[in-house]
Each structure stands twice: as C-alpha cells, then as structure tokens.
Write a protein that binds this ligand. Structure first.
Ligand SMILES: [Zn+2]
Length: 563
C-alpha cells in the first residue's frame, strides 16, 4: 500500500497558507525526534521517514520533516537519530521482574554459564566461600536437559559443595526446585512429610524426599523458610532489572505476579521502587492470588485491576493451573512420550473455579497459567461457566503460555474472547525438550500464534523472564523462525511475519493491558514511549531480528537509556 501522508500526519492542524500550527490548546514542544525511519505500528505496519514532536511526556504530532519543523520553539530539543529506526517502546506482557532482579545477585546456572554438574557445584562452592555460614545460597536458570549429564544435581552433591549453607536452585521453568539437606531441615521437610497441596516432594528409593520439589505448593515450603526480602530490597532488585529492561527497549512490563515466591512484600516493593525513582519501565502489576488476601470477604483491600497510575497499576490476578513441559508437570490430555503419565494439575478444579469466580466478580482481569491442552480445556470450562453466569463486557481475561493447544480449544477461546499471552522464546530455549517429551504430532499445536491470530484471538507475547532470557528481539525472532537451540524447527506452519511479531510486543501488548488508548503505537496523544534501533526490522533478513540493538529508549519523552 502506498504511503499516505494524510494518514501518517497526526496532531497538527493546517493553518491558512498551508503553514502548520499547534492545536489551539497550550502545548510546549519539548523534543523533536528527527532524521528517523518511523514504524508507527498503526496499520498497515510500514516504515516511513517521519519526525515526531513530543510535549510533556506525550506524542504531540507525527509528520513530515517540514511539518514537524514548524512546531519547533526556541527551547525545543532536537534529537537527530541519523537514519535509525524509531518504534513504539516494547511491552513484555508476562515476566517476573522482582525475581529477575533478585536473580541478578544469585548464582547463575544458565546453560550459557554452566555445562556440567562439576561446573555447577564449583559455582556453588565458590559462592559458599563468600557467604556467611547459615545464610541462604540461591541459584537460578538451571536446565538439566542442557547439562552434559542430563540430570539434576543430587542432594548429597549439594551437601558436599555447601555443607554450612542452605541451598536452593530454581530450575529454568520456575516450576522445579532442587535443595540440599540444610534447606530441607529449615523448611521442616522430613522423611515422613506427605506432599503439600499443589506440589510434589520427589522421593528416593527409601521413600524419603530427595531434595527435588515440583510446583509452587512444594517450592513454597522452601520459600517460607527463607527470610522474606523487605520492600526496600525488592525495590533494589527492581532497579537492577529496570536497567536491563530499558536497554532492550522494554518500556512497559507486566509482573506475572507479585508474590510469586510467597513473599507478600513484593507489591510494596513496586510502590517503594516507584516512589524512589527506581522503577523505570511502566509496570502493570499482576498479583498472585495464592499470596494475598485480595477480597473484602477475606479482609483484602478490595482494589482490583486498573487501580494506580500509568507508572504503576494493578494488573491481572494470577492463578497457576499446571507446570511445564520440560519437567513433565504440564497437564496433557494424552500421556508424555514413552510413559502413561499425563502431568498434573497444580490446582483442584473446583477450588480454582470458586476463586476465579470471586476474582471475576470483584472486577479483576484474570490470568491463568495453562501449558498443557487438558489444563487449557479445564480453564476454558471455568471461564465459560463464569462468563455465562456473570457476563462482563470487555473482560480481557487471559491464558498465559497456551503452549500445547488444540483447534477446538482455540475456537472456544475466540468465542469467549480470551487473550493469549505466549512465549515464543520457549520454542528456542525449551523446544528441544518439548520434542522428546510430547513428540512430533502434538508439536503442530504448540505456541500456535499464526493460527490464533487467524482465528481472531488477540495474542500478546512475553519472555516469562527469568524462565528464559528476556531480550524481546530474541523472542520476536523466535516467533518468526521457530528454531530450537538444537537447530530443530517447531511447526513451521505457524511462522509469522515480522510485522505480526512486532504487534505481539506493541499493539497487542497494549490491548492485553487495557492500554491501547495510550500505548502500543506512535500516535498523537499517546505516551512518548519510543525506542531507536540500529536497524529497521522491516528491512532486514528476518533471521537477523535477534541481532537488533536498541540505541535509545524514551519513556514519557525522557531519555532513559542510550548506547
Ligand atoms: Zn511466568
């Protein structure tokens, strides 16, 4: 479609003689971004040479160089981006920012750092040398499928490496934890312990818990034994995370959910960070239903989705209905490959329904973690039932992950108007373990972004950081190429265009946050959340999308990152 100057020019009026003047209201143009190639993300998604005038945190106008030059005032700052590409700031619709910020100080066991058990133990031993006896050693991002030995470290190995410290290792999926004896002692996990609700203590040949814990119900036993980080410490973690986010072009992020580790200080951590100026991106703060009393009947505050301001507001209430494919804890309608095991629900369906109904009636947007097709089916049953009895216009309830779906489930999802929040990065980082765990036939329905979009389902995307690396350019690339680390391709029929990949992180992300009136595209009166890129994603080979570098990030028109 040819470029329409009329369509692209916004926020400015034409005066007599064709001069461009500011609208009647009093506006100061603080900044003009010039010399850029702009992808506004308005339809059709194209790149054009346009300038942008910014006033008081908002985009005032987008237009040709001549048009925008007419808005310049004596003290307007002119930033020439020298032919680089400008886009709306990116929206990561599901990640765990507090946890990631804490992890930045924990032992990193990701495959990029660690390739075998010996290296893993060496890292823990080294950290123990710097840690006071008795203090917790926390590690993250371990993926046993990418260790040479293809197994978890044993409790005995962890005891030998860290005899004087409790140790907890979070698997990359965040649904499995591995701990040592000291940690189990502090958590009160003994030989006679039975499985807690919503979790499993894996056992050895003597039927004693062996230090491997599946799912939140079990992991929370350990989390409860670890002193809660204070709101101030959570705020410091958020500051560390903020720096990484804005360097990647993320200007809005969805916390999925505050209180994930059972620490109720996490919500206050966001508020403290916001007040202290430590929280750079906008945060839509989802809240873990399992951690807080939210409803007046339980002496909760009764606040619901939308409370707050455009720097920090309450987002969806988060439920977790199953686990992940890598650890075979996602609940499937058919068994995992080579077994008769279908995974496990992390929730009793009747209890989940009761609590989701309360949340819906209380005005919350709901988000439910559902990875396996059987879980997705159960969650849709619940949504259908609740929405038929208590219809709510424009509820935008969500399903997080939608990893293994089925065509019949997608049709129901569209009918119920449920938003999908997917993680294309799982394809790259976790996809090889999916092939071995669910086989090739079911792979056809994994992270089926193209089919969902064709059916008219709104699909937003995210990293789920720290489950995978959170760089959005890697994640959008993964949605386009659908390659795994091992070089396999997962369901090529689900390839999407670069334009659609960009939508996942902009317009669709904004919609999933009820924020399409102020975020997600470059348009007058929206927030001046803008990023400057070293390459035009629409002009390069799509396989190079992951290499795009963010050169500048603006939030509210203020430069918050530059390199
Ligand atoms: Zn998550």
């Amino acid at each position: 479609m040819p470029y329409s100057r009329k369509g692209a020019t916004q926020g400015i009026n034409e005066a007599d003689g064709g001069n461009i003047v500011k609208a009647a209201r009093k506006v100061r143009i603080k900044t003009i971004l010039t010399g850029g190639v702009v992808i506004t993300m308005e339809d059709p998604v194209e790149a054009h040479e346009l300038d942008i005038a910014i006033s008081d945190g908002l985009i005032f106008a987008v237009g040709t160089r001549e048009e925008i030059a007419g808005l310049k005032e004596a003290d307007t700052k002119i930033i020439d981006v020298g032919g680089q590409t400008i886009m709306p700031g990116l929206i990561d619709s599901h990640n765990h920012m507090t946890l990631f910020g804490h992890n930045l100080k924990a032992v990193n066991l990701s495959p990029s750092h660690i390739s075998n058990i010996e290296e893993l133990l060496y890292s823990l031993r080294k950290r123990a040398e710097e840690t006071k006896p008795g203090d917790w050693i926390k590690a993250w991002a371990m993926d046993e499928t990418r260790l040479a030995e293809k197994r978890y470290p044993t409790k005995a190995e962890l005891d030998e490496a860290c005899p004087n410290n409790p140790v907890s290792i979070m698997r990359t999926c965040m649904h499995v934890m591995i701990v040592n004896s000291r940690a189990m002692e502090l958590a009160g996990i003994t030989a006679t312990c039975s499985n807690p609700p919503g979790g499993e203590l894996v056992r050895d040949e003597q039927d004693c818990p062996n230090g491997i814990l599946f799912e939140l119900g079990a992991m929370n036993l350990i989390d409860k034994a670890i002193p809660h980080a204070t709101p101030e410490s959570c705020a410091d973690a958020l500051e560390r995370a903020s720096g990484v986010y804005v360097s990647e072009g993320i200007t809005t992020t969805s916390e999925a959910g505050a209180g994930w580790t059972g620490n109720p200080n996490e919500t206050a951590g966001f508020q403290v960070a916001c007040q202290r100026g430590q929280l750079t991106p906008r945060v839509c703060m989802g809240i873990m239903e399992s951690t807080y009393n939210l409803f007046p009947k339980d002496k909760g505050t009764g606040l619901f989705t939308g409370f707050g301001n455009d720097a920090l507001w309450i987002g969806a209430i988060k439920f977790v209905a199953d686990g992940g494919i890598g650890a075979r804890t996602a609940y499937m309608s058919k068994p995992y490959e080579g077994s008769d095991y279908c995974g496990v629900l992390a929730e009793d369906p009747a209890s989940l329904k009761e609590r989701m109904e309360i949340a819906h009636k209380a005005g919350f947007q709901i988000s439910v973690h559902a990875i396996g097709d059987k879980t997705i089916e159960i969650v849709l049953d619940i949504y259908e039932d609740i929405l038929s009895r208590y219809p709510r216009h424009d509820h935008r309830h969500r399903i997080e992950h939608m990893a293994v779906s089925r065509p019949d489930l997608l049709d129901r999802m569209k009918k119920l108007n449920i938003t999908a929040v997917v993680q294309p990065g799982f394809i790259y980082y976790l996809g090889d373990s999916w092939i071995s765990n669910i086989g090739t036939e079911r792979l056809k329905n994994t992270v089926a972004i193209k089919t969902m979009m064709e059916k008219g389902i709104t699909v937003a995307a995210s990293s789920d950081r720290p489950v995978t690396d959170g760089n959005p350019w890697y994640i959008m690339w993964a949605a386009v190429v659908r390659k795994t680390i091992g070089g396999n391709t997962i369901s090529p029929e689900e390839y999407i265009s670069v334009q659609d990949a960009l939508k996942l992180y902009t317009v669709n992300g904004a919609y999933s946050h009820f924020a399409e009136d102020r975020l997600g595209t470059i348009r007058s009166e929206k927030y001046a959340d803008l990023i400057v890129l070293d390459q035009n994603p629409l002009a390069i080979d799509p396989t190079l999308l992951k290499d795009i570098q963010v050169k500048k990030t603006f939030i509210n028109g203020e430069l918050v990152f530059e390199c």
